[in-house]
Design a protein around this ligand. Structure first.
Ligand code: 13P
Ligand code: SF4
Length: 366
């Protein structure tokens, strides 16, 4: 390691072209010691450097299977934590900008989930009756909580299989942090809306009565994604008035009403595959993050396919956006100098317990 890591400020005034060229050169020099994983929501200037692109599930699997010494995650913090947990101890997970968090993941934390578990114990014995299930969009300590309480992790791809597993263990599920993914998945398994209650973590007993908790099949954490909550069912109606042939496809972090009005609902990878495999020339209205929708539009427009964004306002994942080319270059050139910057390390006990819950997910995923 050199005495002083290269300062990120050194890249601020560099031209975009120079940054792109130097990323390519640094990647070539690091060779197979490096793998860059890129989530579909990354902006183009960063995304083009990914060795593997994908949704959360695909990228977790790539991290677990990678032999590279350095796993540079162009995504958000919880994704880099998963990469650290599932990779071997000698591998290094790196997030190019530590401020790239996930506002939904931040809506649940260990203190308020443990408080919920304690309060639920006033009504029924949670460890006997409730499987805790966390969306992968959550901090490692919540995955560890699920690991030690017989629970599990899910992604938007496998939520249904995971939920089936969760109900085979115990008769109720506490699902956090995204109420929408929980509700949309539960409803697709014929759980009535009345049997899914929302736990408001700012209120005693989640704002629920003991009778509501006893009756509920699913207790949904009051969390949401600020990007996907902007999609509205009225927008779909208006759009279809103009273009009745439109097929609507949404990510399950969108509201129940939006998903009900959609022809297809699934993860980012599912959205890409569905549009790719459809007849060319179709018109799509897509309810997911803007960078991905723009990329799909560019990718398929030559076939006469029209891909539209489900909102009149710009709706990007602002935290993903933080991973710009200059922070990627800063990480890579430091690695070339022998400096590891922005390493993401999950403490070992927490990682072990989180791995339990992640492995349960990988075992039940199709
Ligand atoms: P995917 O697993 O579909 O990529 O979703 C992750 C995410 O954060 C969507 O907001
Ligand atoms: Fe989190 Fe929403 Fe961004 Fe996905 S799109 S990483 S859920 S804030």
């Amino acid at each position: 390691m050199s005495a002083n890591p290269i300062d990120v400020q050194d890249f601020i005034t560099m031209s975009d072209v120079a940054i792109q060229e130097r990323i390519v050169a640094a990647k070539a020099a690091l060779g197979d010691r490096l793998i860059i994983l890129g989530h579909h929501y990354q902006r183009e200037e960063t995304f083009r450097h990914a060795d593997v692109s994908g949704d959360s599930l695909k990228l977790s699997r790539s991290a677990a299977n990678s032999k590279a010494e350095y796993i540079v995650f162009c995504g958000v913090h919880f994704m880099a934590e998963v990469a650290d947990i599932v990779s071997r101890p000698e591998q290094v997970a790196i997030l190019p900008d530590l401020a790239a968090g996930c506002s939904m993941a931040d809506m649940a934390n260990l203190a308020n989930v443990e408080r919920a578990w304690r309060e639920l114990a006033d009504v029924l014995a949670p460890d006997e009756h409730i499987t805790p299930m966390t969306y992968i969009n959550s901090a490692a300590d919540l995955k560890a909580f699920c690991g030690r309480h017989g629970g599990i992790v899910c992604t938007s791809t496998n939520a249904r299989h995971v939920l089936e597993w969760a109900f085979e263990q115990r008769e109720k599920v506490l699902f956090f942090p995204d109420q929408h993914l929980g509700r949309n998945t539960g409803f697709s398994m014929d759980i009535p809306l009345d049997d899914m209650v929302v736990w408001d973590y700012d209120l005693p007993l989640g704002g629920l009565t003991p009778a509501q908790i006893k009756k509920a099949k699913m207790i949904l954490w009051k969390g949401f994604c600020s990007v996907h909550q902007l999609f509205r069912p009225e927008y779909i109606d208006e759009f279809k008035k103009k273009y009745p042939e439109t097929k609507v496809i949404s990510h399950p972090e969108s509201s129940f009403e939006v998903c009900q009005k959609s022809d297809y609902v699934g993860s980012t990878e599912y959205i890409i595959n569905t549009i790719r495999d459809a007849e060319p020339g179709a018109r799509w209205l897509v309810g997911t993050e803007l960078n991905l929708v723009n990329r799909l539009h560019e990718q398929f427009k030559h076939e006469g396919t029209n891909v539209h964004f489900m909102s009149g306002t710009v709706s990007m994942c602002s935290t993903m956006f933080r991973i710009g080319p200059s922070s990627l270059l800063w990480v890579l050139e430091n690695l070339l100098e022998g400096n590891v910057v922005n390493r993401i390390t999950v403490p070992s006990v927490e990682a072990e317990q989180a791995l339990l819950a992640l492995n349960r997910m990988l075992d039940v995923s199709p």
